[in-house]
Design a binder for this molecule. Structure first.
Ligand code: ADP
Ligand code: ZN
Ligand code: ZN
Length: 693
């Protein structure tokens, strides 16, 4: 019987084509079926959303085009998957076609039916179970805290926040929780999310060693952007056909098709990498929680330093918190050593006591990790003589230094002034952005340590590890190997070194320029700094043997800052409750809900012109009393590749209020593109729950 499938294709919201296009087909097609359909002069990949028996209103049956090909070898995408994508599109203000098709591996878009059949055949080859060639890894006997956490996960009737110290053995708990699900049902699947690609090789090897002997080689697949298109397709197909039992991936993997999904684990759930910075700008962690609800499966968010959002949800009882405070092997967390920079020689990169401590450790054959604060914090101006900071007179925030026109701007209310020539409080001429360029740190350290000798008399080796130094394939592994084998004495790095790696002989971790985050304009900066220092400190003394004298050094101009009080006692709970108190008083997330409207244009006037038009249009919407629209401001990095960027902050008291507003605003935004003030606008986008302003 002839049917009229509505098919999702990759049309962005602003194309004006609508979410779905209607086609005709001789028989009815189940929702989720993958098809190829004509669009303009081309054939494109599409997903059947539903399949009415009669043509939709407004469609002239005579002119309706037919579905070109049904990809019959592939089972349809599940109802749960479609629901996840529908929700994600709605929540992040995108079209469902754009999000759904965008989540599929790119080669799937181009394969014809024959090529696809060949891939599937290759996938279906039986693989040996038992006697897998690689190394094997037997389950450990769980410690009491781990056993209690595992039982708690299995008994939980809501999302679990696994709050376990660094080195408390969370990974072992993940593995055993996964094993229980995989054993219970032959079709069960488990999704493990990690924040960064560079964490996957270690964990992938671990998962394979643990599970491939039992569940067959190929039971573990990876999904992340570092794979070749062919690898991504193979992994996706393995997951979709149920052949893969465990999918390990970065944020994109939250959209993997997993018909047997029983358990989702989000490791280092606080990590900002879970929030995508382009496309739909989704939060994979938040979608994981939604997906678990839709699929009726478990979800575990794990961290030693949970996001305040998750912590708050646990406090409210929406999540179940399970604690593992102890470290495996009893290694102690490092002692905090604050260096008061007010009492150090002016201009010193490394305070003499810190340099001294590093020298002693290296001479003893121990390793040091020197951390640069994560880049990209908006700089704030400060006077080191009296402590003045470029605060905003109208907000509990600091104004940001914009180098391009030497102005100070508040990113919340828009207040702008020229950079003062001298400190407004004490007249000191020496005011400077907090947090300076640190590119030459590796070089300078090498110089500073040139006289020092290792126990065997050889010179000190300093290495750097960051996004640049590890870009080449294999470079990261080579650097890690050098570190493990003891070739490197001092490792200089960005926040990436603080994540996940298990460095045995590190006994000293130093953070040099932590202050930038204490006074950043971004209200999440202290939370990130605390997490970074806890995680970095967690690298030190993981071996009980080396943990006795392990230390976390922090250079700061503000040693009395309350953040350090909690850091000294490794008291995340205390920090979280103090920080949440401040957020509540200031009406910041998670006590308010935010979205950003961002605009890119040829001129800053056009970008802001569009945003202002959008704000005027919003005034006519019902219910805007519960919404605050802030004035348009340029982004901190205002111009990139000759594109001017601006943004407008929207704040609401609740998520539903914000969602209703955004949904009603969306069509008006499309109309605002043709406002005369927006001439020169290139594109706009809505970022829901932005992580930085
Ligand atoms: P986390 O992820 O919480 O920082 P890990 O899972 O990396 O901690 O565990 C720290 C170390 O302890 C690892 O080397 C791990 O192999 C080991 N470990 C974990 N659980 C056990 C256990 N039950 N018995 C023995 N060793 C364990
Ligand atoms: Zn001053
Ligand atoms: Zn302000």
């Amino acid at each position: 019987m002839e049917a009229w499938p509505s098919v999702l294709v990759a049309t962005p919201v602003h194309s004006g084509l609508g979410e779905v296009l209607s086609y005709r087909h001789p028989t009815t097609l189940p929702a989720g079926t993958l098809v190829r359909v004509p669009l303009g002069a081309r054939d494109v990949l599409g997903i059947v959303r539903d399949c009415p028996a009669s043509p939709p209103e407004g469609l002239d049956p005579a002119s309706a085009r037919a579905v070109s090909v049904v990809l019959e070898g592939l089972p349809p995408l599940s109802a749960g998957w479609l629901q996840l994508l529908r929700f994600a599109a709605q929540y992040y203000q995108r079209s469902m076609g754009e999000v759904a098709l965008g989540s599929l591996p790119p080669p799937l878009r181009d394969l014809d039916a024959t090529q696809l059949a060949r891939r599937l055949k290759r996938l279906a080859k039986p693989s040996p179970v038992g006697g897998a060639p690689g190394p094997t890894d037997a389950p450990r006997v769980l410690h009491d805290e781990q056993a209690a956490a595992l039982a708690g996960i299995q008994a939980a009737d809501r999302p679990v926040l696994l709050f376990g110290a660094t080195g408390s053995g969370k990974t072992e708990v993940y593995l055993q929780a996964a094993e229980a699900e995989l054993t219970a049902r032959p079709d069960a699947q488990v999704l493990v999310l990690v924040p960064e690609i560079n964490l996957t090789p270690q964990l992938e090897a671990r998962l394979q060693a643990r599970f491939e002997a039992r569940f067959g080689s190929g039971a573990v697949v990876c999904l992340h952007s570092g794979l070749t298109p062919a690898q991504r397709l193979a992994g996706w197909l393995a997951a979709h056909t149920g052949r893969a039992r465990i999918v390990l991936g970065t944020r994109m993997a939250v959209f993997a098709s997993l018909p047997g999904l029983r358990l989702i684990m989000v490791d280092e759930e606080h990590d900002p990498s879970y929030k995508s910075q382009d496309g739909a700008r989704h939060s994979a962690r938040d979608l994981a929680v939604y997906r678990a609800k839709v699929e009726g499966c478990r979800v575990v968010l794990g961290s030693a330093t949970p996001s305040l959002e998750s912590w708050h949800a646990a406090e409210q009882g929406r999540y179940r918190r399970l604690d593992m405070p102890g470290r495996i092997g009893g290694g102690r967390l490092p002692r905090l050593r604050l260096v008061d920079m007010n009492h150090q020689p002016k201009g010193a990169l490394l305070a003499p006591p810190l340099l001294q401590a590093m020298t002693e450790r290296v001479a003893r054959g121990e390793q040091c990790l020197v951390l640069l604060n994560r880049r990209g914090y908006a700089p704030v101006l400060a006077c080191h003589a009296c402590g003045w900071k470029s605060g905003c007179p109208h907000c509990s925030a600091y104004r940001v230094f914009h180098k391009i026109d030497r102005s100070l701007r508040c990113h919340h209310c828009g207040t702008t002034s020229r950079v003062p020539r001298a400190c407004p409080d004490c007249g000191n001429l020496d005011i400077a952005p907090v947090g300076r360029g640190t590119e030459q740190l590796e070089e300078q350290l090498t110089e500073l340590l040139t006289e020092v000798r290792r126990p065997d008399g050889s010179p000190v080796r300093v290495a750097r590890m960051d996004a640049d130094s590890t870009r080449l394939k294999g470079a990261l592994q080579a650097q890690l190997d050098a570190l493990h084998s003891g070739e490197v004495d001092v490792l200089v790095g960005t926040q990436m070194v603080a994540k996940g790696h298990d460095f045995r002989r590190i006994t000293l971790v130093a953070a040099l320029n932590a202050d930038a985050a204490l006074f950043a304009s971004d209200h999440r900066a202290p939370e990130r700094l605390f997490a970074l220092l806890m995680q970095a400190g967690g690298r030190a003394g993981r071996d009980a043997q080396h943990s006795e004298g392990s230390e976390l050094w922090v250079q700061t101009w503000h040693p009395a800052h309350s953040l350090f009080t909690h850091l000294r006692t490794h008291d995340f709970a205390g920090f979280a409750s103090a920080e949440l108190g401040e957020r509540e008083a200031a009406g910041m997330p998670p006590f308010a809900h935010q979205a950003l409207l961002r605009a890119d244009a040829r001129t800053q006037e056009a970008a802001q012109g569009f945003l202002n038009a959008a704000a005027r249009a919003a005034a006519d919407l019902p219910g805007t009393n519960d919404i605050t629209l802030y004035p348009a401001v340029p982004l901190t990095i205002q111009r990139v590749a000759n594109v001017e960027r601006a943004q407008l902050l929207v704040e609401a008291v609740s998520r539903p209020v914000l969602q209703r507003f955004l949904a009603a605003w969306q069509p008006l935004l499309l109309a605002c593109r043709s406002d005369p003030a927006a001439r020169g606008l290139l594109r706009f986008a809505v970022d829901v729950d932005p992580l930085s302003l």
